[in-house]
Design a protein around this ligand. Structure first.
Ligand SMILES: [Zn+2]
Length: 382
């Protein structure tokens, strides 16, 4: 590993002094120089490509106007994408002179690797850890039956379409944030260092718990989409952001809560990569497609009216359909519908199938999920 580090650093030096940053140029320049290292030549190639990566990120930060020192690799690591094998539950790689190193893999990794569609592309070894880089051939679902929209509200994440809607109750996550804040407030000692330490301790604990819930929800969303063969539709997030900025008529506190406690962006990111991993298509509505998703009727498109009555506060009225709609439902219905409309048109899937779906069920099935309970279920399951 030390050799590997030295080789990479040497390659970086060569790259810097010759102003070479392409893989080809750098290999030609450095390969001979690296001869003095008595380790298998595959690692030399990897060291050079690592150096190329480091040089590339340096160029990027220069372009962005950050000051950079001459880069070098600090920690000893070993990266290779060649000549390693996984045999009998162990990672096996050559050390040169017909010697091999074996590293046992843990149960979880082995279980993951049982999936035949996975390929191990490379490994990364540090002094304390080993990571495998795996690639998966994913074929996108092609027999989709519709789409589900995703929308966020203050205390829930709303996922669904005409057939069924799931509310993921986020009030507990909001709660975690609020108790953390109170706990931190309750420490009265006026010492900046201690405050800082307490803040980071509780802040960390909070973000761990919130992160776990985010993972559970995003996993659940993607699994459901996969099972029902639905694409996932996101509204234009910039537009959503502006809804919670000043001037939305909802007050400072509402916006603060919205922005602080649970991170739609993080859940979105997780849903996106988990969906990619399992081949569920993602549809992003454009800004103009997002417009009106929360204020127009999802059946006839008429602009909905809000009520002044206290009991109908969360309801919207459509004068064409002569019906009340739940405020939280309207957006997710529109999002899923619009996303699917565009997607099915671009793929040439008939629109009729969708219309009949509408007629079959006017009222969606509603499910309210407590992510905390989901978490205990998934723990029981293994
Ligand atoms: Zn209507």
């Amino acid at each position: 590993m030390q050799d590997y580090r030295h080789m990479t650093n040497e390659a970086i030096r060569v790259g810097l002094s010759n102003n070479a940053s392409s893989l080809k140029k750098l290999s030609l320049l450095t390969y001979k120089q690296l001869k003095k290292y008595s380790i298998p030549s595959v690692y030399k190639l990897c060291a050079i490509s690592k150096a190329v990566g480091i040089l590339a990120s340096r160029r990027k930060s220069i372009r962005r106007g950050h000051l950079t020192k001459d880069p070098y690799m600090k920690k000893p690591i070993l990266v290779s994408c060649y000549s390693f094998k996984i045999v009998n539950g162990r990672l096996c790689f050559p050390l040169g002179e017909k010697q091999f190193e074996f590293i046992p893999l843990n149960k979880h990794t082995l279980r993951m690797l049982e999936d035949q569609s996975l390929k191990v592309r490379s490994f990364l070894l540090t002094e304390t850890s080993l990571s495998l880089c795996i690639a998966k051939e994913v074929s996108e679902l092609n027999d989709l039956t519709g789409a589900i929209g995703i929308d966020r509200n203050l205390r829930n994440l709303c996922v669904g379409n005409q057939e069924s809607v799931t509310f993921y109750d986020m009030s507990k996550v909001v709660g975690i944030g609020e108790t953390t804040k109170e706990v931190i407030k309750s420490f009265k000692r006026n010492d900046v260092r201690i405050r800082k330490r307490i803040f980071s301790k509780y802040g960390e604990r909070k973000s761990e718990r919130v992160k776990r819930i985010h993972h559970i929800i995003s996993k659940n969303v993607v699994e459901n989409a996969l099972e029902k063969k639905k694409a996932i539709v996101f509204a234009d997030i910039k537009n959503i952001g502006s809804m919670y900025r000043k001037g939305n008529g909802k007050g400072k506190d509402y916006r603060r809560q919205m922005n602080n406690h649970w991170h739609y962006g993080e859940i979105k990111r997780q849903i996106e990569y988990k969906a990619q991993w399992s081949g569920v298509p993602i549809i992003h509505l454009t800004k103009s497609e997002t417009r009106g998703t929360s204020s127009n009727c999802y059946i006839c498109g008429e602009r909905l009216l809000s009520s002044t009555e206290e009991t109908k506060k969360r309801q919207l009225w459509c004068k064409k359909c002569e019906k009340w709609f739940d405020r939280d439902l309207v957006a997710v219905m529109n999002i899923s519908r619009r996303g699917w409309l565009r997607f099915s048109q671009s793929k040439g899937i008939g629109r009729e199938a969708m219309v009949s779906e509408h007629e079959r069920r006017d009222e969606p099935l509603i499910r309210i999920v407590d992510p905390m309970k989901l978490s205990s279920e998934s723990k029981k399951g293994g």
